[in-house]
Design a protein around this ligand. Structure first.
Ligand code: NAD
Length: 386
């Protein structure tokens, strides 16, 4: 089976690498001068790094590289059974591309978008055969992160979904099916990790170093929210937050933070610009976190309660199954536990208490508990236990 990837940037090159490693002739197209050759040399470096760690052999590196075929025109993708789009996050651009692919590709081919925040239904609507359009949301870096969110548009047929799931499993990925809703699973459920941390910074509860330290120490997260925002880029993270908030009709649960907007406006993007919440210049030293363990508990309780509440709401609204909601957070963003399971372990009454306390104190609807959380806590049940 032949695969095509359109857009040879960060995600496109990673997806092309995965596809070639899975044994497919993989055509790669990008109209930007030199983009494809740059992507191919980065893929080679990535494969050679895997080989130096003993994960693959020299001949596997060469075989994967041989399967990667740069193309100069979209027409050359017409023989592909699966086309994965990874171009800029711009709805009109994507709709135009899908209109072209719809005319070019065989009627039984799958046309997939790797969009993080646009509605797959809207992309599919640009095609005459929208039943074959689906969201295939990979995570960065695509060769390393196992999760792929499979997002059927309203128009997508079941056969496209089933084929997409089977194919992703054959690539060694962990597919989860999620409704075409803002942020899908990961970009929705993870919002409070940043949002509540920014809120505490705004309120002066603690500084960035202490919040990061508390969440790493008490929660077992690999990185604290400020370290992670600096890695993702404060511009990118702000844009995702604002998009989800707008698409949720300005629900206060997803309200962005002014701090984050200012960081983005100032060009303090994080690691990539040398300055974000932390200073990445040569010789700079990080401040020490507060040693107050009671403060660490307050920080962790606020963030985990908001995260579990978000997962509960997504479960209540049947965005995905409870198992898939949990799997997505461990396989897509390396959370130490699925959020619903984590809620059960902590105890839903405690989560509810924290949320009700915050809502009473602030009057802010961002803290309103999910109906499902309230109901299960009242019945003495958990997400997984009766
Ligand atoms: P990027 O800017 O690194 O790469 C985009 C590439 O698309 C560029 O090389 C550009 O030349 C090319 N391009 C632009 N218009 C094109 C067109 N009409 N036809 C073909 N190629 C075109 O972007 P990225 O970070 O790889 O993101 C690509 C997509 O993946 C976006 O939709 C983004 O939301 C999504 N995504 C990104 C991440 C991430 O962490 N970067 C994660 C998941 C999904």
């Amino acid at each position: 089976m032949e695969v095509a990837v359109v857009g040879a940037g960060t995600m496109g090159m990673g997806i092309a690498q995965v596809s070639a490693m899975a044994g497919h002739i993989t055509r790669l197209f990008d109209p930007k001068e030199g983009a494809v050759s740059k992507a191919l040399s980065k893929i080679r470096s990535s494969l050679e790094q895997m080989q130096s760690k003993g994960k693959i052999s020299v001949s596997e590196v060469e075989a994967a590289m041989e399967r990667l075929r740069p193309v100069n025109t979209l027409d050359e993708l017409s023989t592909s059974s699966l086309v994965i789009e990874a171009i800029l996050e711009d709805l009109e651009m994507k709709r135009e591309l899908f209109g072209q692919l719809d005319r070019l590709c065989a009627s039984d081919s799958i046309l997939a978008t790797n969009t993080s925040s646009l509605m797959v239904t809207s992309v599919a609507a640009s095609c005459t055969l929208p039943g074959r359009v689906v969201g295939m949301h990979f995570f960065n870096p695509a060769p390393l992160m196992p999760l792929v969110e499979i997002i059927p548009a309203l128009q997508t047929n079941q056969q496209t979904v089933d084929r997409s799931i089977d194919l992703m499993r054959s690539w060694g990925k962990v597919p989860v099916v999620v409704k075409d809703t803002p942020g899908f699973i990961v970009n929705r459920l993870a919002r409070p990790f940043y949002g509540e941390s920014l809120r505490m910074l705004e309120e002066g509860v603690a500084d960035e170093v202490t919040i990061d330290h508390a969440l790493r120490t008490m929660g077992g997260f690999r990185m604290g929210p400020f370290e992670l925002m600096d890695l993702i880029g404060n511009d990118v993270n702000y844009a995702v937050t604002e998009t989800v908030w707008k698409q949720m009709y300005f629900d206060p649960r997803y309200r962005p933070s002014i701090i984050q907007k200012r960081m983005s406006e100032a060009g303090y993007f994080g690691r990539k610009s040398g300055r974000g919440y932390y200073d990445y210049s040569e010789g700079s030293v990080k401040a020490n976190p507060s040693g107050d363990e009671k403060l660490w508990i307050i920080i962790f309780n606020r963030v985990i309660s908001m995260l579990v509440n978000e997962a509960a709401e997504a479960c209540y609204l049947r965005i995905a199954s409870r198992e898939e909601l949990d799997l997505a957070m461990t396989k897509g963003v390396n959370y130490p536990h699925g959020l619903l399971k984590w809620g059960d372990t902590i105890g839903l009454p405690q989560i509810l208490d924290t949320l009700v306390g915050l809502q009473d104190m602030t009057g802010d609807m961002r803290y309103r508990p999910s109906v499902l959380l309230r109901r299960l806590a009242a019945e003495g049940k958990g997400f997984y236990t009766d």
